[in-house]
Design a protein around this ligand. Structure first.
Ligand code: AMP
Ligand code: MG
Length: 300
């Protein structure tokens, strides 16, 4: 028996407000949502996912105004980025307000905040009128779900409701910008292109080094099959072993992103042994795709 699935936002909001755990659509990937201040509900999210407890969660809110309540200070750079990209696939890290619980931040002094760009998610957040923690709605170690069906395949009957908002428009996770440091730093490339962030924040710290976002493990982005990558102007991959499937991310990176995780799931379902993928150019959404594919190729 699977969890109930539907488009009833009122019911989803009611379930969340009474301590429930609900899978929700966003423009990036499906989230496994719980009211962030509700320690028991958030604990259930970790249990259902099988996720280590020290991985911090992103708190989803309906507006910049609501986000500010979760922050101790709201630096001008957060203001500018929120103004440009919210609602949208951008997560901002800021110093947390005093009330923000450790089970959300993994004990850090900072909190991650996002206003998602999905009509159902926004209506839900307005109804709940509180921050909602929502990591991706997959079991730990599986690729992110981008349809309600993916959620059911992973989580079965372990959630109270799956709010079906169709296929995710972007298909990969949000860009994370740490605004708690000066200059700010992109911790994870994602749905908002680095160039677009740079156009708003003139000075950014380089994205390399030890300060990468915590809890980002290669296995998060890897299917079971082997992933082999090639540059679009590089040599072809010679004689991949076993049953191979070929995908090209270089022609239309945005539409590739939309179905990237679905394609990985399909490859596993179909018993593909090697997925050969042509990389997109390292610009725009291509940077985030390359980041995820590199991790997928590194395996678990
Ligand atoms: P997601 O995988 O989209 O659910 O995003 C969760 C990721 O956001 C975590 O694995 C961290 O990389 C990042 N994150 C969340 N909160 C924080 C924080 N306070 N400081 C740094 N990174 C964070
Ligand atoms: Mg995830």
């Amino acid at each position: 028996m699977n969890s109930p699935v539907g488009t009833d936002v009122v019911e989803a909001a009611r379930l969340l407000s009474t301590g429930g755990v609900v899978a929700i659509p966003t423009e990036t990937v499906y989230g496994l949502a719980a009211v962030a201040r509700d320690a028991d509900a958030v604990r259930r999210v970790y249990t259902v996912k099988g996720r280590p407890l020290d991985h911090p969660l992103i708190v989803h809110v309906a507006s910049e105004e609501a986000a500010r309540e979760w922050a101790a200070t709201w630096p001008p750079v957060a203001d500018a980025l929120a103004e440009h990209f919210w609602p949208g696939p951008l997560t901002l890290i800021v110093e947390r307000a005093e009330f923000v619980p450790d089970h959300v931040t993994g004990g850090r002094s900072t909190v991650a905040l996002r206003v998602p760009d999905h009509p159902m998610a926004l209506e839900l957040l307005e109804r709940v009128a509180d921050g909602v923690a929502a990591p991706s709605a997959n079991r730990f170690g599986r690729v992110s779900p981008t349809t309600a069906e993916h959620v059911l395949n992973d989580l079965g009957n372990d959630v109270d409701y799956v709010l079906d908002g169709g296929s995710c428009d972007i298909g990969l996770e949000s860009t994370i910008v740490d605004c708690s440091v000066d200059p700010p730093q992109i911790l994870r490339p994602g749905g908002v292109a680095t160039e677009d962030i740079e156009a708003v924040v003139k000075t950014l710290a380089p994205t390399s080094g030890p300060s990468r976002a915590p809890g980002m493990l290669p296995g998060h982005y890897a299917p079971d099959c082997r992933v082999v990558l090639r540059e679009h102007d590089g040599p072809p991959v010679s004689g991949p072993s076993g049953r191979a499937r070929f995908l090209d991310a270089s022609v239309d990176p945005s539409s590739f992103a939309r179905t990237m995780y679905a394609n990985m799931r399909d490859a596993d379902r179909d018993g593909v042994e090697t997925l050969v993928i042509t990389l997109p150019a390292p610009r725009g959404i291509g940077l985030a795709i390359r980041d995820r594919l590199r991790k997928a190729a590194a395996g678990r």
